[in-house]
Design a protein around this ligand. Sequence first.
Ligand code: A3P
Length: 418
Amino acid sequence: MAFWSSTSVFTSKVPRKILFMFTLSLSVTYLFYSLMSCYNSFQFQENYVYQGRLVTEETTFVTLREKLYSTSSQVYLDEEFVESTATEQTIAVSSVRNSVGIDERTAGWVRAQAATTRSAAAAAAGEPLEFSTTDSELRRAVNCTSDYGVKKLPQAIIIGVKKGGTRALLEALRVHPDVRAVGNEPHFFDRNYEKGLDWYRELMPSTLEGQITMEKTPSYFVTNSAPKRIHSMARDIKLIIVVRNPVTRAISDYTQTLSKRPEIPTFEVLAFKNRTLGLIDASWSALRIGIYALHLESWMQYFPLSQMHFVSGERLIVDPAGEMAKVQDFLGLKRIVTDKHFYFNKTKGFPCLKKPEDSSTPRCLGKSKGRTHPKIDPDVIRRLHKFYKPFNMMFYQMTGQNFQWELEEDGNSPGFRD
Ligand code: A3P
């Protein structure tokens, strides 16, 4: 009652005009704040979406990396399988390989890998070579190269990937008069680093003014310490990476090991920790090497993309001159190695060089390059394509190049061959 009476007193004492102005200003203020809050929420929404995209991209990589790191000691879960039997998989994950529980199969495999490492180290130390990626028929002793000029540290290195087509690329590059390359794999940045840069330089062929010194060691790409070491030697070095469909690459890698150790388990056995449960063994080096995005991340911490060139292993087979043109451009060389230098050898099933560096007679790569692969269960191949897909996508995004390996699932891409 008192309230009403005081209100009516107030109303009666204040002129109507002032009351109107007061109400109007209140309304305007309200409208202003409403609009501001709308704008803010609109902004937030935009910001959120924008951030969301960023976060999603980062998260994707983090997730992929975590997935991988967790699989390097454990196993990778085939996504398709997660959908079908999630419960069983949970049990499987908790029971997979523990720190001491590496099974006999893997232990044997690790021993085999160690043996390969030992033979490569012996090779780099000048002992008779017997290691994977060097083709014995093409191998040249360092001192066979011209003595003119001076030995220099390399200005360009083919750092990977194993079984990508690195030998074919190096041999084609050696045809170029402005390229001098060491024939075998020095393995300096992974196995012989303690020998020092003078040792490394001594392995290189002599070069004249204007010639580029090169080497290739495909294992650098997957060696954690290599980017930092190479950067500390030459921060402006050019890096070449030959990449190939990781599934085909894995089979090629396996084929190579099988040729030396026929007793190893089948590809299907090695590819899975537990095939029934769909547990892919990403810790198996043949599979791990093909997770290119992960390895590339380490290189990108030291080198800009402009210093890296990615060669398609598939196109190197179907269009060697086309790939060579791009490589020569990248190296700042004249396009001297062209289609005139290649011919397709039907018996070999691959392009061969009409005139290799050290000979005037045509020559194909040796028997260890372009081997027939064993037949692998199509279901395993399909699962591996699925496993690699997100990593491949990330790799395409990082490099800005689409290698179209997904098309190979249907077997309709150039260079597809299993
Ligand atoms: P496959 O033997 O599985 O077919 P790297 O030299 O890095 O070890 O790569 C070997 C791969 O190079 C071979 O794998 C083959 O597919 C590929 N390659 C590319 N061009 C080639 C060529 N001209 N001759 C032979 N192999 C070639």
